[in-house]
Design a protein around this ligand. Structure first.
Ligand code: F6R
Length: 261
């Protein structure tokens, strides 16, 4: 696992956006897996700025979703489909046909989950998967004690996650769905490169458990330790509980072959 400590969220966003731009320059039709929530917004802003400045041509890039609420009406502004269209697809100048996600309003949710895993595989697999992390250590919506081998499926959100996400629903937890479709941990681990961004002190415990704790389903993000190419980018606040922070700083500063990530 590569751990990169950056001064703040903007620097993290810029670093990851540059890694995504470099990937798209190498592979113009790369399949980019995106996360939602607050954390990745600086990445999307930085990437859109690169596209607008002509620093990268992302017109053939493909976007796929990590997870989705179950039961929100189609077009709900906080459905992750709407969020990804608004925050990623439109700012990059892509159209909806370059974007895939699980169908949270499907009558047969289980079939929609299986279909999504199949669609990801048929698309050639995810080249780079962005991840955030929950305060409870979740990735995607794989809540604590999710199987490390899990596939895309329906999950129940913990109370903590519903509290954390109430800010997107006028602060009203009653409006936060109980159920979601999420790529499983096994599905996520199939992406060629995993990039997790965590910012703010509220993520410090989860980051320390992910990076320095044992691989354990109670901390789903710790599964990144099993991946051959996982990068964890953290700001100083999110890094504040890492015992090895100085070692990570030293390693990153002394790896001249690293270009961006
Ligand atoms: C969202 C997702 C979640 C979030 C996590 C952190 O697609 O998969 O795992 O990344 O809940 O959310 P923020 O960034 O809002 O703190």
């Amino acid at each position: 696992m590569e751990v990169v400590i950056v001064p703040d969220a903007t620097a993290g966003g810029e670093l990851i956006a540059e890694a995504m731009a470099a990937l798209v320059r190498r592979k113009p039709d790369a399949l980019l897996g995106v996360a939602t929530g607050s954390t990745p917004l600086p990445i999307y802003e930085a990437l859109a700025a690169k596209v607008a400045a002509g620093a990268v041509d992302a017109s053939r890039a493909r976007i796929c979703q990590l997870d989705e609420y179950v039961g929100l009406p189609a077009g709900h502004p906080e459905s992750y489909r709407s969020v990804v269209l608004r925050e990623v697809v439109e700012p990059l100048g892509l159209n909806e046909s370059s974007f895939m996600g699980p169908d949270g309003s499907a009558e047969d949710v289980q079939a929609a989950c299986v279909a999504y895993d199949k669609a990801l595989a048929e698309a050639g697999g995810v080249d780079l998967q962005l991840l955030g992390i929950g305060t409870d250590g979740h990735i995607g919506f794989n809540e604590p004690c999710s199987s490390l081998a899990s596939r895309t499926r329906i999950k129940t959100l913990t109370e903590q996650t519903r509290v954390d996400n109430a800010r997107f629903f006028d602060g009203d937890i009653e409006q936060v769905p109980h159920h979601v479709i999420t790529q499983g941990i096994g599905t996520i681990l199939e992406a060629r490169h995993l990039v997790l961004l965590a910012t703010g002190e509220g993520k410090a415990d989860a980051v320390a458990a992910t990076v320095e704790g044992p691989v354990a389903s109670v901390v789903p993000a710790s599964a990144l330790q099993l991946h051959p190419h996982a990068t964890v980018v953290v700001d100083e606040a999110a890094a504040s509980k890492l015992k090895l922070a100085d070692y990570f700083r030293h390693t990153y500063a002394n790896k001249p072959e690293w270009q961006g990530l």
